[in-house]
Ligand binder design. Structure first.
Ligand code: BG6
Ligand code: MG
Length: 227
């Protein structure tokens, strides 16, 4: 593992790391899966995390053996329907949806002159950051519409370092999704997985909850990793 003192920047996922929005994504996809007659499961919910809108729909259809049942136009209609439901669930969301400890962590990163960027697969991330009152921390964002490949491909986290003028080795990526941790690792950054350690076993550092995200805890975990 690289040394804590060599870390200069943090590349953040949004849904499930900064904001309590992954439950809304899941709820909206679950509703669509029911409509399509595809069996919902916790495993499917975990596999959808971090995955782009259209790739998520494809995964749901494949899970139900329905990948050849719809035209592209129909698929786009279903994806738009999910997004409309998701946006409905976001209505009225405010800073109370910021996950525990995140506001303090972001403030401490700013205070200690770390660079910050956002690597969210969500096209709704600018809206979510505005609603949470956290947009000021993320002038640097990777626009998911410009990506060739979604998570678990390294592209999004590699770009997250690039926009900060940092090398991947100088960055820590923070994720709650298995696909996201894979993306961070293959981009060559240090990965922090937030959530179930069994799902995120490939992360360099695991925290069960965002409230554990502090510079002191990260430093400690990286020193242990140095052996
Ligand atoms: C990711 C979420 O951040 O963004 C996924 O974890 C979601 O659940 C993906 O599907 C795409 O989001 P959007 O808002 O562009 O549909
Ligand atoms: Mg996420």
């Amino acid at each position: 593992m690289v040394k804590f003192k060599d870390i200069k920047g943090f590349v953040f996922d949004l849904d499930g790391v900064i904001a309590d929005t992954s439950v809304y994504h899941s709820q909206a996809w679950h509703q669509l899966a029911d409509e399509l007659g595809v069996q919902w499961s916790d495993e499917l919910a975990d596999n959808l995390k971090g995955v782009s809108r259209m790739d998520s729909l494809e995964l749901i259809l494949k899970t139900g053996g329905k990948e050849n049942d719809y035209t592209q136009e129909e698929k786009e209609k279903y994806a738009a329907k999910k997004n409309a439901n998701y946006l409905d669930l976001l209505k009225g969301m405010d800073s109370s949806a910021i996950l525990p400890g995140i506001a303090d962590f972001l403030a401490s990163l700013e205070e200690n002159n770390y660079k910050l960027s956002l690597a969210s697969a969500s096209k709704n991330s600018p809206l979510v950051l505005e609603q949470l009152g956290l947009a000021k921390y993320f002038p640097e964002k990777v626009d998911p519409a410009t990506l060739k490949h979604g998570k678990p491909d390294p592209e999004i986290f590699a770009r997250g370092a690039e926009v900060l003028d940092l090398t991947p080795e100088q960055c820590i990526g923070v994720e709650d999704a298995k696909a996201g941790v894979e993306s961070i690792n293959s981009a060559g950054e240090t990965s922090i997985g937030i959530g179930d350690v069994n799902v995120l076993s490939e992360a360099d550092i695991n925290f069960t909850n965002t409230s554990e995200l502090t510079l002191a805890n990260i430093k400690k975990a990286m020193e242990v990793g140095e052996g």
